[in-house]
Design a protein around this ligand. Structure first.
Ligand code: ADP
Ligand code: MG
Length: 574
């Protein structure tokens, strides 16, 4: 999409169009130069982009491409403000299909560095050369080069000491640059990227159009193998759609920097959409861990406004809520459908997984099921047969317990199972009442205004579960006790996260259920936690005693079952 197959003429934008463009500082640090230059190469339909940097980009940034090039007579024009070949009228601003469109990058870079550019369109007899200093042309000539463009930026910010002061170490700036190159390498797997840092090859992608191979170039082969493809229908992708790769639940990172989002292949930063991805991993990752994801959201160009941020990193979406839901749903689906034993044909699976396909937790169905569970005993349908008596054999991927039962093999999702156990316990339907754990010293916790409202609304239910909270002025609360299940956790973080989770459980009508659900989810063991034989045995024993052992409170299956018959069939014993 963001490609121009031939160099169209560069023109100055009209004052009307200029007035409509979001203005601002584009060149803040070396990485912003790299970003603008790489975007230009991509807009020029390059298939190979080489980025070389010296001393974090301060000594040298050179970007070479084999794209469409710039006609020799237009080369000086490219360095004038608001000169672009990508936009003509203000209507074009409503459907920007290129990465650049403002005609500001090259002049902005030229203002703060020395530039040497050589460019040759494929049909030109020879290349043209231009050298600029402080934005002024100091040399113009010919240069024999292959078709494409080479632009070298030297002495960045040498005359802007104030800017230099805000930069980090060369190594840190180099890391930022590597981040920029990585993002584009992931957005454009059909383009080969090469990054050389102080002469060392630091990053390379093959440019074979395979996203997994590009991911291997950026994150390494091991990570690339642990990525799951988001489902796409065959054929061309019709917007709105979400495509890309997301990490298996076993793959997690300590921060959110590994969630890379594109909108129509433009790298964007969006807290909301990042959150949608994280939400989809709910229950799959330990608290404090974050997923790795590479996701391109394809939207009709008219639904995206890229003209809101000077460096175009933030965009405005017409239907953000729908995009949020679509993204969350697709990622969630990919995770829940990544069957633990793909070699076994799906049709032979008996039990949970087949009869109750995984239900993403934002769909209302599972909640209806909970309501039924809580209905008066007389009219309460027995929704699931009681759990079989199972014997734990071991753990798979620190996510599932493998167990043997009277009717064959069972795989139990440890988090979902524990959630079910705790949920029923908290609701008082499955055994012992909940106990509170008094704190030796009350802990003061600052609560955001919207969470304060929740505290007030849920006061009764929270205290039933063992929370003792007192307002202490200025948004601070004194915590005197917490539910015993949370006793080993950091009180402040846990409370804030718990309230966040509670706010999300809004689909459940009943306040007691909402509190029980988020408490269960919070206190339950996570995927990725290793369990001893003893712990597995205890978990299965408790699961057997629940009312509804086969589903977690959100409706996901807690177990899947492969019958002895199915096993025999698979091994062709009969
Ligand atoms: P914009 O990308 O917003 O148009 P720039 O200042 O980045 O503005 O670039 C100005 C013009 O120079 C572009 O519109 C394009 O025509 C030309 N140009 C810049 N870099 C390249 C390149 N690597 N290959 C071909 N043309 C380029
Ligand atoms: Mg540009």
């Amino acid at each position: 999409m963001a490609s121009m197959n031939h160099p169209s003429a560069i023109q100055k934008l009209s004052p009307q169009v200029i007035g409509k463009i979001a203005a601002g500082e584009v060149i803040e640090r070396p990485a912003s130069v790299v970003k603008e230059l790489v975007e230009n190469s991509l807009d020029a339909a390059a298939r190979l982009i080489t980025v070389e940097i010296g001393r974090g980009g301060l000594d040298l940034i050179r970007v070479s491409d084999d794209g469409g090039g710039i006609a020799p007579d237009e080369l000086p024009l490219a360095f004038e403000r608001h000169a672009t070949s990508k936009l003509l009228t203000e209507h074009d601003l409503e459907r920007v299909a290129t990465l650049g469109f403002r005609g500001e990058a090259l002049p902005s870079i030229a203002a703060v560095a020395e530039i040497e550019i050589a460019s040759r369109p494929a049909n030109a007899a020879s290349g043209a050369l231009l050298r600029l200093r402080e934005g002024e042309v100091v040399e113009q000539g010919e240069k024999g080069i292959a078709a494409g463009t080479i632009i070298a930026v030297r002495g960045l910010f040498r005359r802007q000491p104030a800017r230099l002061k805000f930069l980090r170490s060369p190594a840190a700036e180099a890391a930022q640059i590597a981040g920029v190159v990585s993002h584009y390498a992931l957005a454009y797997p059909e383009v080969r990227f090469v990054l050389l840092v102080d002469g060392r090859l630091t990053l390379q992608t093959p440019g074979n159009a395979d996203l997994r191979d590009a991911a291997a170039g950026v994150y390494g082969h091991q990570v690339a193998q642990a990525l799951l493809a988001l489902p796409v229908d065959a054929g061309p992708v019709d917007p709105p759609a979400v495509i890309g790769l997301v990490g298996e639940p076993g793959l997690s990172r300590a921060n959110r920097n590994y969630i890379t989002l594109f909108i129509n292949r433009r790298w964007v930063r969006s807290r909301t959409l990042t959150y949608a991805v994280e939400e989809a991993y709910h229950g799959f990752l330990l608290t404090g861990r974050h997923p790795l994801a590479i996701v391109d959201i394809r939207l009709p160009a008219a639904d995206v406004d890229v003209n809101v941020h000077p460096s175009k990193l933030e965009v405005r979406l017409r239907n953000e809520r729908e995009v949020f839901a679509l993204l969350q749903r697709q990622v969630r689906r990919t995770l829940t459908q990544s069957a633990p034993l793909p070699a076994v044909s799906a049709t032979t699976w008996a039990g949970g997984a087949r009869r109750h396909p995984p239900v993403p937790r934002f769909e209302p169905a599972p909640l209806a099921l909970e309501t039924a569970l809580l209905a008066p005993a007389a009219e309460q349908p027995r929704l699931a047969p009681p759990a079989p008596v199972m014997r734990a054999l071991g753990q798979v991927g620190m996510v599932y317990i493998v167990a043997e039962g009277p009717e064959g093999l069972y795989l139990v999702d440890q988090h979902a199972a524990h959630e079910r156990i705790l949920f029923e316990r908290f609701l008082g339907t499955g055994g012992a009442a909940v106990d509170a754990q008094g704190l030796l010293e009350p802990v003061a916790v600052e609560i955001a205004p919207r969470q304060q409202a929740l505290l007030t609304e849920m006061a009764q239910e929270l205290s039933e579960q063992g929370f003792s909270l007192e307002p202490f002025g200025e948004g601070t609360y004194l915590v005197r006790s917490v539910p015993a299940v949370l006793k080993d956790k950091d009180v402040a973080t846990t409370l804030v996260e718990f309230l966040d989770a509670l706010a999300r459980e809004e689909a459940a009508a009943d306040r007691r259920q909402r509190v029980a659900m988020s408490l269960a989810c919070h206190a339950a063991i996570r995927a990725g936690q290793s369990l001893s034989q003893e712990e597995m045995r205890e978990l299965l024993r408790q699961l057997e005693q629940t009312e509804n052992p086969r589903h977690c409170p959100h409706g996901r299956p807690t177990m899947i079952h492969m019958s002895a018959d199915a096993l025999a069939r698979e091994f062709r014993r009969r």
